[in-house]
Design a protein around this ligand. Structure first.
Ligand code: NI
Length: 219
C-alpha cells in the first residue's frame, strides 16, 4: 500500500474513534486515546515496531473495552472488525489488530497476560502509563464517580483478582483500585522505555496516597 493510502486509513480511523469516544466521562475520552497514540509513537522510537500497526492498535484499543460495551467485549471486537473491513485493511492485519486489542487491557491482578505482538506490547505500555500519575489519578476518580463508587472506605480491603469476571464486576471504593491495579502497573510494563517514563508517575501516586491518608486522618 502506498504511504498516502495508509495516511488516509489513519485519518478515517481517527474520525471513527473520535465519534465513538465522544462525551465519554469515565476517563476513556478521545484525549485518552490521543495520549496513548502519542505515547506509543514515542516509545516506538526506541523500541521499534511497525508504526502503521501501532497507530491502528492505539487508536482502536478501547473501542472493544468491556467498560464501554456493557461488559461485553465481543460486540466491541465485531464493531472494530467491521470498521477495519470498511476501510480496506487486509485480513491478516485485521486478525493481528483484533487479537492485540482483545488482550491489551488489564483483567485482574492475578489473571495471566496473553501474548501480544511488539506493537501490542508498546500500545499496552502507553495505555498503562496513561493509567498512572496525575492523569491516572484523575481518570480513576472520574471512573469511580461514574460507577457510583465510594472514594474510600477504611473497612474495605483491596483484592487481588484471579478472575476477569470478578475484577470487572467489583464495586470497591476507588482507593482500592490503586492497590488492585495502578500501583502494580510499573512492574508489568513490557519495554524499558516505558519503565523509564513510569517511574516518576508511580512515585507521584505514592505521594498522593500518603497525603490522602494524612488528610483523611485530619492530621
Ligand atoms: Ni485505554
Amino acid at each position: 500500500k502506498t504511504m498516502e493510502n495508509k495516511q488516509h486509513q489513519i485519518e478515517l480511523t481517527t474520525q471513527f474513534v473520535k465519534s465513538f469516544h465522544q462525551n465519554e466521562a469515565t476517563g476513556h475520552d478521545w484525549f485518552h486515546i490521543n495520549r496513548v497514540n502519542n505515547l506509543a509513537k514515542k516509545i516506538s522510537k526506541k523500541e521499534g515496531g511497525d508504526l502503521f500497526k501501532i497507530e491502528l492498535i492505539a487508536l482502536l484499543h478501547d473501542v472493544a473495552d468491556h467498560k464501554l460495551n456493557d461488559g461485553d467485549e465481543k460486540i466491541g471486537l465485531k464493531n472494530v472488525e467491521d470498521f477495519l473491513l470498511s476501510i480496506n485493511i487486509e485480513g491478516n492485519l485485521i486478525k493481528d489488530i483484533l487479537s492485540n486489542i482483545e488482550n491489551i487491557s488489564f483483567k485482574g491482578a492475578e489473571v495471566l497476560q496473553k501474548e501480544l505482538s511488539l506493537e501490542g506490547m508498546i500500545v499496552q505500555d502507553a495505555d498503562r502509563i496513561d493509567a498512572i500519575g496525575a492523569i491516572g489519578i484523575a481518570r480513576t476518580f472520574a471512573y469511580g464517580g461514574n460507577k457510583n463508587r465510594m472514594i474510600y472506605d477504611p473497612q474495605s480491603k483491596p483484592e487481588m483478582h484471579t478472575d476477569f469476571g470478578k475484577y470487572k464486576n467489583n464495586t470497591a471504593p476507588t482507593i482500592d483500585h490503586f492497590y488492585e491495579k495502578l500501583l502494580l502497573l510499573k512492574d508489568r510494563l513490557n519495554t524499558s522505555s516505558a519503565k523509564e517514563i513510569a517511574e516518576q508517575r508511580h512515585q507521584f501516586m505514592e505521594i498522593f496516597l500518603t497525603q490522602f491518608y494524612k488528610e483523611w486522618n485530619c492530621d
